[in-house]
Design a protein around this ligand. Structure first.
Ligand code: LLP
Length: 426
């Protein structure tokens, strides 16, 4: 369950009062409910009704060890995009064969690591990359398992934010549809490679299954045609990617993640591809709702034109509002259950950028000491930076109604020391 408010007005996550977490860990702090993340994963797995599948969790959404390990324990695999994410996935107990590796510019070092680990598939994103994977596999004396990430070139204009739409033909992602045949020939013709999957991922945060299905239909059609032509004999799976949206506000209704899975399975059946496993690569939908960012109100400011609440979390901690004009609800951590007497306040952070602005939010006339930025479990900490001499936020992990783990907060001296000594050491 995402956050709730107990009868005395305390905001609660994972059975723990968030005010107590802030008192313990300070702010700004991300807090995650590991139990709820496990439940989320189980619901997604159940949507496959026992059919061959893999839920490859997109580690980029939240790479905290406790979270990746929780999902691995639920049977999830991992979708990674770097050699570093590979290390996290393996270290959290994801079996190598359950790891798929996306990304448009994998370096030779990263390919070597993936080949050595014997991962489930290196998902190639261009015809040009295939020869590079082949060379690394040959150098290692191993046959690398490869899938082809196809760009289905579906125009999903308006279906999601332009920055997170990847399935159009001007995107750097994926093998263009008209080159898939060539890519298949290259992989199938290589002694060092084995073609195991055909995949796509067309964007993130779809709030409707329509665009996701449109892309899946194109993918399945291509697989069917290639098979009809006698290709893809070694194929083990099709992968329709991630992108299941979440409701960032009270007034939107987003289909639950299993609805995306069920719709894709239906489409797979209709295409006559039920003999293949279906992989999905969800990130956001597994973790977003089960994390919050706690912040302290530093001060307010009022003028003839505006009214600001200034908090100690900024765009360096959560960049989504600045980068995608995302609106995350911001609510008092201790406060009345109703919004009676609330005023619209503009909530801003401390960073010296006009875009360090979390938007307008209803808050009490006398703002509370602590606020929570909701639905911050995905693409929050993983996109955080230390801009303006700020520390990375800390993270607290809840399990079984108590704090099960936390990270250490660095002090300003550590940032200052590192920058002071930059380029000055003998
Ligand atoms: N698979 C691939 C190949 C991806 O590139 C992504 C996300 C996913 C899976 C997971 O997508 P999800 O299920 O989380 O939508 N920082 C942005 C989102 C960027 C997504 C990048 N790729 C945000 O905060 O909205």
């Amino acid at each position: 369950m995402p956050v709730s408010r107990d009868p005395s007005g305390h905001l609660v996550l994972g059975g723990v009062r968030l005010a107590a977490v802030a008192a313990h860990a300070g702010t700004p702090t991300y807090v995650y409910d590991l139990d709820a993340i496990a439940v989320e994963a189980r619901a997604m797995q159940a949507a496959f009704d026992g059919a061959a599948h893999m839920v490859a969790y997109a580690v980029k959404a939240n790479s905290a060890g406790a979270i990746v390990a929780t999902l691995a324990a639920e049977g999830c695999g991992a979708d990674i995009v770097s050699g570093a994410e590979l290390l996290v996935a393996l270290g959290c107990g994801v079996p190598p064969e359950k790891i798929v590796y996306n990304g448009v510019a994998k370096t030779d070092d990263e390919l070597d690591r993936a080949v050595a680990a014997g991962i489930g598939a290196i998902q190639t994103e261009s015809v040009e990359e295939i020869g590079r994977i082949e060379a690394r596999a040959r150098a290692a004396g191993k046959r690398a398992r490869v899938s082809i990430r196809m760009n289905p070139a579906v125009d999903l204009d308006g279906a999601t934010h332009a920055h997170i739409a990847t399935g159009h033909d001007r995107a750097k992602f994926g093998v263009p549809r008209d080159q898939v045949g060539r890519a298949v020939e290259l992989v199938e013709g290589s002694q060092d490679l084995r073609l195991v999957g055909i995949t796509s991922h067309v964007g993130s945060h779809f709030t409707d299954v329509g665009p996701y299905l449109a892309a899946a239909r194109v993918l399945f059609g291509v697989v069917k045609d290639l098979r009809g032509g006698g290709r893809l004999r070694s194929l083990e799976y099709v992968d329709t990617g991630g992108g299941f949206g979440v409701a960032y506000s009270d007034d939107v209704v987003v289909p639950p993640p299993p609805a995306f899975v069920r719709a894709a399975r239906e489409e797979q059946r209709a295409a006559g591809l039920s003999d293949l496993a279906l992989y999905v690569e969800p990130g956001r939908s597994l973790v977003a709702a089960h994390g919050v960012l706690l912040a302290r109100v530093v001060q307010t400011k009022t003028s003839s034109v505006g009214r600001w609440v200034m908090i100690d979390a900024g765009m360096n901690d959560l960049i989504r509002p600045a980068l995608y004009q995302a609106h995350h609800r911001i609510v008092p951590v201790e406060g009345p259950a109703t919004r009676e007497g609330f005023l619209p306040w503009r909530v801003v952070g401390p960073v010296c950028e006009s875009s360090d602005d979390f938007g307008e939010h209803p808050l009490p006339r006398d703002p509370p000491a602590l606020v929570a930025v909701l639905d911050a479990g995905a693409y929050g900490y993983t996109m955080a930076s230390r801009y303006n001499g700020r520390q990375l936020p800390v993270e607290v992990f809840l399990r079984g109604g108590r704090i099960a783990g936390e990270t250490k907060r660095l002090v300003p001296e550590e940032w200052a020391h590192e920058r002071l000594s930059a380029g000055r050491e003998a």
